[in-house]
Write a protein that binds this ligand. Structure first.
Ligand code: GLU
Length: 351
């Protein structure tokens, strides 16, 4: 029974607790209370690596010539938690092109600069039900841009970043990705050259957006900056840290720098849930239940809000363009650790 005395005691404790919290540094106050247990994460990552390391199903992307020649056997896993622990296995130092995973972070930068409502109005957040580079979707979708994670919407999002030149826009984007990763990132020049020589489809999308007045800088310039952002090199550790920044309410768990606005995180994760795995997004939400983004370079980044992020790199892709091994690893680890966001078990409710 609650008596006046117990209430007073509870109130005193609350004061002590609150004043302790108030004296902690800002980053410590924002540490997640639900960061996962070390042993469980280690075991799940290790088992997944052993289980799938010989699985060679799928095929490297080849519409960007460079990607066809990347070693299909490369395989790396990294988990970074919101309390700055990391678990890595395999080819964790290999730098691969971030490709479409970049779209998530350019979206975050656009929202930080312009506000989320303006970005929603200028880009939208509806799935297209079509391929990520579909021209038909640009014609059919009421907003034309559809969402920030398909190519048309992503190129338009890149064009939204305020700058007086393409170089300034690119440097801002690169610096923002670096802040999310907690270290400086750079362009893989060969990927950029390979993609720039073969990105006629993206140039067509940008030209079409101009017809609908849904691109916000010179269209060819926007495609060039977008191509550069897709050619940024990351290893799985850096990518997992970028994801952990989202999971940690926008604060980089390693550097403690507030990079992404906390209020924007749910909206960014909603975009990832809707369109993060191309045409496979519905199946992914059904089976795994985590916001994620894949890139045709072979990376997938999945976010576990409040807990951390999982990044996996393995180049062979399925028909929809998603790394086969990465999907299997993330599905296994997420299943083992009860990470499915749609499941009450993810917050500890057992039955
Ligand atoms: N740079 C690639 C393109 O524009 C990104 C595609 C992807 O990773 O989904 O086609």
């Amino acid at each position: 029974m609650l008596t006046e005395r117990t209430l007073t005691a509870a109130f005193r404790m609350a004061i002590v607790f609150t004043s302790t919290i108030a004296t902690l540094p800002v980053w410590a106050q924002s540490r997640s209370p639900v960061a996962p247990r070390e042993q469980q994460v280690k075991a799940a990552v290790h088992d997944a690596y052993e289980m799938y390391k010989h699985d060679m199903s799928g095929k490297n992307a080849d519409y960007i010539p460079y990607l066809a020649h990347v070693d299909s056997k490369l395989f790396g896993i990294a988990v970074v938690t919101t309390d700055d622990r990391s678990y890595t296995l395999g080819d964790t130092d290999y730098s691969f092109s971030i490709q479409s995973i970049s779209k998530v972070f350019t979206l975050a930068l656009a929202m930080k600069e312009q506000g989320s409502e303006k970005v929603f109005e200028k880009i939208g957040n509806e799935p297209t039900g079509r391929a990520f580079n579909s021209v038909v979707a640009v014609v059919d979708m009421p907003t034309h841009t559809a969402n920030a994670l398909v190519n048309a919407g992503a190129i338009a999002t890149t064009s939204l970043i305020s700058a007086s030149s393409a170089d300034e826009r690119w440097n801002k984007i690169l610096a923002f990705y670096g802040a999310a990763a907690g270290e400086k990132l750079s362009l893989i020049d060969e990927v950029y050259k390979s993609e720039a020589a073969t990105n006629q489809g993206n140039r067509a999308l940008a030209a079409l957006l101009l017809k609908y007045d849904r691109i916000y800088s010179d269209p060819l310039e926007a495609v060039d900056v977008y191509t550069r952002q897709c050619s940024v090199g990351v290893n799985v550790k850096q990518l997992a840290r970028m994801g952990a920044t989202l999971a940690n309410n926008g604060v980089n768990p390693v550097t403690h720098e507030p990079v992404i606005q906390a209020g924007d995180v749910p909206e960014i994760l909603s975009a990832m849930t809707m369109a993060g795995l191309y045409d496979g997004s519905g199946g992914w939400a059904w089976h795994v239940g985590l916001p994620a983004k894949s890139g045709v370079g072979g990376g997938i980044l999945a976010i576990v809000p409040g807990k951390g992020a999982i990044a996996v790199f393995a180049p062979p892709l399925d028909e929809a363009g998603n790394s086969v091994k990465a999907q299997k690893v993330i599905a296994y680890v997420a299943g083992k650790l009860d990470y499915n966001l749609f499941s009450p078990r993810s917050v500890g409710l057992q039955r």
